[in-house]
Design a protein around this ligand. Structure first.
Ligand SMILES: Cc1cc2nc3c(=O)[nH]c(=O)nc-3n(C[C@H](O)[C@H](O)[C@H](O)COP(=O)(O)OP(=O)(O)OC[C@H]3O[C@@H](n4cnc5c(N)ncnc54)[C@H](O)[C@@H]3O)c2cc1C
Length: 459
């Protein structure tokens, strides 16, 4: 007997929408998320945020109904529940408070979302330098606001957080942007397609307008990032822009170079992946319903390809409809009928991606760092060590891991994996080997031992 018909990993827009749809169709759903509350990245903490953080905007508070829908009959939600392994036979192993549990279901939906791309450059590991998404997490959870921060890099989230900081009365000291006019011009060829995502384009332009209206200095086409710590613990951030050297001193440097699908869990359970050249990242291969090559496993939301919250919700509902059909609870005709509006919504939301990918592509020196820049933060492995391992014959992420320990630390390679692949690609090696190993999140030996089957004692 299975514990549920469907286990959903991730309570972001995709997972929450899928849970409501599946439970509405009569399925027993177990929803697991490692965070203490539902919401995912965009709606993090929205259930308890009250009206105390108006600077997060009405789009943030629009996530409340999704969270409320989780109270529906048929949904069991477990929070602070970290999934670290998925096994054949629909077995999902998750950990909470140092103890692991195995839950089973006939179907599994992975809705683990995206992660920020690593942004390695000299000094990126110093205290006082952090990803912009991490700062936003502190804004959403603790209401902490960065003072006099410098935002550096590229991508829509950089402008969103800048606008939220402005609305909160703590505008950034400056925006240092790596995209160039040439990139923007090249991206315009994708604009005709992006027009069907007009509201998103308008929203993006609105964010930039707010930054401009607030008088935040912008440095465009910036390169050559380097951060050093000053005597008083601030960060001296130097870079080149428009042929000039600049140095800004800030208590907090927030970096960003876009987001990419979080694929460790899907790779670890044998799902086929492909290399997304536009994003320079791996993404799982799915059919239009999110079904994968592994029987019983669907993927929805940003984890299947970055598309934003609306696309994620639609993808979650589409996957749930397909799973209801496979469970025998929905005819094929009813599934297809119910899917029509979400298919269209998802297509529209995804239409803007080629434009965004081209306009905000990360610069080569961030994708494939060089010299003494730390790549693997856990094991302190530098770019030059990885390049030396390549010269010595390593030809894939696994050999590099064996030769240098890059990816062997507590984050299990979630941070450095893309940079290692970027270096491989820049050296003409194949960056696409998909395999990842469990546990995908750190787990204690005692926890593993407690899970082992009990030995029969014979006298
Ligand atoms: C740092 C960050 C901040 C972002 N902020 C915004 C924003 O403010 N506005 C916006 O429009 N877009 C934002 N995005 C983009 C955002 O990810 C998508 O728009 C949308 O949230 C995707 O929805 P999703 O359901 O696919 O995934 P997510 O919303 O990312 O939800 C995934 C959920 O899965 C859970 N999870 C992942 N792995 C495991 C595991 N192993 N075990 C248990 N639970 C797991 C996570 O805790 C998370 O709650 C952000 C992205 C990132 C990376």
């Amino acid at each position: 007997m299975f514990d549920a018909d469907l286990i959903i990993v991730g309570a972001g827009p995709a997972g929450m929408a899928a849970a409501a749809t599946a439970a509405g169709g009569g399925a027993r759903v177990l929803l697991l998320d490692e965070q203490p509350e539902a919401g995912g990245q965009i709606y993090r903490n929205v259930g308890t945020s009250g009206e105390s953080k108006p600077f997060l905007g009405k789009e943030y508070f629009a996530g409340r109904p999704l969270v409320d829908d989780l109270r529906a009959t048929g949904i069991t939600s477990e929070f602070s529940a970290t999934v670290w392994r998925i096994e054949a036979g629909g077995r999902v192993v998750w950990s909470r408070d140092g103890a692991s549990t195995v839950s089973t279901a006939t179907h599994i939906l992975l809705a683990g979302g995206a992660q920020e791309r690593p942004t390695p450059f000299p000094g990126w590991t110093l205290p006082g330098v952090m990803p912009v998404g991490a700062a936003q997490i502190l804004m959403k959870t603790a209401g902490l606001l960065p003072r006099n921060a410098v935002l550096a890099g590229s991508g829509p989230l950089l402008y969103l957080v800048a606008a939220q900081m402005i609305d909160a009365g703590m505008p950034p000291q400056a925006l240092v942007e790596t995209q160039t006019l040439a990139m923007m011009l090249r991206a315009t060829r994708h604009l005709p397609r992006a027009i069907s995502a007009l509201p998103m384009l308008i929203k993006g332009l609105g964010l930039v307008r707010r930054v401009v209206a607030a008088g935040v200095p912008r440095y465009k086409g910036a390169s050559g990032f380097e951060a050093v710590q000053t005597e008083d613990g601030s960060i001296a951030f130097s870079f080149q822009a428009k042929g000039r050297e600049h140095c800004l001193v800030t208590p907090l440097l927030l970096t960003h170079q876009g987001i990419v699908p979080s694929t460790h869990i899907s790779r670890a359970c044998g799902v086929a992946h492909e290399w997304n050249t536009a994003q320079q990242a791996l993404q799982p291969k799915t059919d239009p319903w999110g079904a994968t090559n592994v029987s019983g496993i669907h993927i929805a939301g940003d984890g299947a390809g970055v598309g934003g919250a609306e696309a994620a919700q639609s993808a979650g509902r589409l996957a749930a409809l397909d799973i209801l059909h496979r469970l025998g609870r929905l005819s094929k005709a009813a599934r297809d009928r119910s899917a029509a509006s979400d298919r269209l919504a998802r297509k529209r939301a995804m239409a803007i991606r080629p434009f965004l990918d081209a306009a905000y592509a990360p610069p080569p020196q961030i994708l494939a760092p060089e010299g003494g820049t730390v790549v693997c933060r856990c094991e302190e492995v530098t770019a030059v060590e990885i390049r030396q391992a390549l010269k010595a014959g390593a030809n894939g992420p696994r050999q590099i891991k064996t030769a240098t320990r890059a990816g062997m630390g507590p984050c299990q390679g979630r941070m450095c994996d893309l940079s290692v692949r970027g270096i491989l690609a820049s050296c003409g090696a194949n960056p696409t080997a998909p395999r990842a190993r469990t546990p995908i999140k750190p787990v204690k030996l005692g926890e593993l031992a407690a899970l082992a089957p009990h030995q029969e004692t014979t006298s």
